[in-house]
Design a protein around this ligand. Structure first.
Ligand SMILES: NC(=O)c1ccc[n+]([C@@H]2O[C@H](COP(=O)([O-])OP(=O)(O)OC[C@H]3O[C@@H](n4cnc5c(N)ncnc54)[C@H](OP(=O)(O)O)[C@@H]3O)[C@@H](O)[C@H]2O)c1
Length: 252
């Protein structure tokens, strides 16, 4: 039996990195998917790759900061597949890195909007759809940044990612009685286009802060997302789940 047989899922940030790897894994495990990001061409390629291995996915391009897009994704899952069981709210970006006194409010808002407000907008429409199906699994991609590590220059990103953990805890308590589980996933440094490792020095630094002395491949983070999405984690809710290569405990 596939881990996500008969499940319907939304994956945001599916055009790249962790979201792309997770969409492919969810589809391999039997879920029918709505995949989301701004870049239509990348989503179309993903849908074709999923279709090549007998999976089912449809793409809807848009911006996760847009409330109408959040609603449209849930509506599409309902129209095409009959409802919603799983949402991996994963789209995000580090945004401008700067000392706080140098940061303009517009840059602060941009980082908060893409990482935190997007999660609120997603959950606002995903929760009622999941409750109609008798529950589900709601997942937010947070980070060790802002939770177990203070990284200079990343104040807005850290505040947004820590905010996701608070959001997770409240929603888990609020909807646990209705069999809706809510968890945050905290990847370590992961080898994606969104990582901040643009120079060999930056990469060596990021590898070195992990106990495992390397970065994750996006497929490794996808397996933790699958755990949270599936019944394998049926008694897990309200958590901040590390898949972080030990970056949170490492001091060497
Ligand atoms: N890589 C790491 O080291 C790391 C560590 C901890 C946490 N994370 C988190 O993991 C998540 C995935 O990041 P990644 O590393 O896989 O980066 P990535 O490869 O850059 O992927 C980011 C995804 O988010 C989408 N996205 C960004 N802004 C969007 C917007 N306004 N509207 C819709 N989609 C948007 C991008 O698609 P489009 O550009 O097509 O819109 C892309 O699919 C993020 O939340 C990130 O903060 C990453």
């Amino acid at each position: 039996m596939l881990a996500l047989a008969n499940k319907i899922a939304i994956v945001t940030g599916a055009s790249s990195g962790i979201g792309r790897a997770t969409a492919k894994l969810f589809a391999e495990e039997g879920a029918r998917l709505v995949v989301a990001a701004r870049r239509q061409a990348e989503l179309d390629t993903l849908v074709a790759e999923i279709s090549d291995v007998e999976g089912t996915a449809i793409a809807l391009a848009g911006d996760v900061r847009d409330e109408a897009y959040a609603k449209a994704l849930v509506d599409l899952a309902a129209e095409r597949f009959g409802g919603l069981d799983i949402a991996f709210n994963n789209a995000g970006a580090v945004g401008l890195m700067a000392p706080l006194p140098d940061m303009m409010p517009a840059a602060w808002h941009e980082t908060m909007d893409v990482n935190l407000t997007s999660a609120f907008l997603g959950a606002k429409y995903q929760i009622p759809a999941m409750l109609e199906r008798g529950g589900g699994s709601l997942i937010f991609t947070s980070s060790f940044v802002g939770y177990t590590a203070g990284m200079p220059g990343m104040a807005a990103y850290a505040a947004a990612k820590a905010g996701l953990i608070g959001l997770t805890q409240v929603l888990a308590a609020e909807y646990g009685p209705k069999r809706l589980r809510v968890n945050a996933l905290l990847p370590g440094g992961t080898d994606t286009p969104g990582a901040t490792t643009t120079t060999p020095e930056a990469r060596a630094f990021v590898e070195g802060i992990h106990a495992l002395k390397r970065m994750a491949q996006p497929e490794e983070i996808a397996r933790s997302a699958l755990y949270l999405a599936s019944d394998a984690s049926s008694f897990t809710t309200g958590t901040a789940l590390f898949a972080d290569g030990g970056v949170s405990i490492n001091r060497t």
